[in-house]
Design a protein around this ligand. Structure first.
Ligand SMILES: *Cc1c(COP(=O)(O)O)cnc(C)c1O
Length: 230
């Protein structure tokens, strides 16, 4: 299957999931996750109408983004180390993987130096997995107010990568938990958070039914990832 036809079929499935959930498909952004795939693949997806792309490593994005059309939008979706914050702020429009106050502070400092504001999502370790990055759900609520004082960061919402399950129905409660947590954050801030980034190739339809506003799709668009990055 070509990248173009994969995208057409995903758009159709997004439309059907929205219909089931009585949601407007315009509320759901489709991100193509291009990690490990070359700029050529990004260009093909761009020709099929995708404008939002995700990379999980700063270094890979730094090399790839300049080789792609300049009209595209790029988000960092992978774990970020503080020594990469300067490049992350330079290369990406949004960082979806903010998982500690210390990291947020460093991003804020780098955004200030680059005279920018940086939209961010808080990554939540929604199933409390020992091997995964992300805030514990209760820590998000504890940190929210001081995160909100960082003048160069704009908190746009939450992101999570729930544990993979062969049956996406098993993931539904995790998506629901993340959506609930977003509501709690909105109550605490007294302001709406527009973005709920959840759902990947194997579970995006369930994520949409549970309120996702941004699905991050890699394999179902580009096919299996090569073993080594670009
Ligand atoms: C790789 C990745 C994806 C895409 O995963 P697929 O299963 O290939 O769709 C989505 N989100 C994050 C954070 C990723 O690292």
């Amino acid at each position: 299957m070509s990248i173009e036809s994969n995208i057409a079929s995903i758009r159709q499935r997004i439309g059907q999931a929205c219909e089931r959930a009585r949601r407007d498909p315009a509320e759901v952004s489709l991100m193509a996750v291009s990690k490990f795939h070359p700029a050529q693949a990004v260009c093909e997806a761009a020709e099929a109408g995708i404008t939002l792309f995700g990379e999980n490593r700063v270094q890979e994005g730094k090399l790839k983004i300049p080789q792609c059309p300049s009209s595209l939008h790029w988000h960092l979706i992978g774990h970020l180390q503080s020594n990469k914050c300067r490049d992350a702020v330079h290369c990406f429009e949004m960082v979806q993987s903010v998982d500690s106050y210390a990291l947020a502070e460093e991003l804020n400092r780098m955004a200030e130096k680059q005279y920018k504001s940086l939209p961010v999502l808080l990554e939540v370790n929604i199933a409390g997995e020992a091997t995964k990055f992300g805030y514990k759900p209760e820590e998000v609520l504890n940190d929210l107010e001081r995160l909100n004082t960082l003048s160069r960061l704009e908190i746009h919402g939450l992101m999570a990568i729930p544990p993979w399950a062969a049956d996406p129905e098993k993931t539904r409660p995790m998506f629901r938990r993340l959506a609930d947590l977003k509501k709690q954050c909105e109550d605490q801030l007294g302001a709406p958070l527009p973005v709920l980034s959840m759902g990947m190739s194997d579970d995006f339809e369930v994520a949409i039914e549970e309120g996702s506003t941004l699905v991050r799709i890699g394999t179902a668009i580009f096919g299996a990832r090569p073993k080594k990055g670009v």
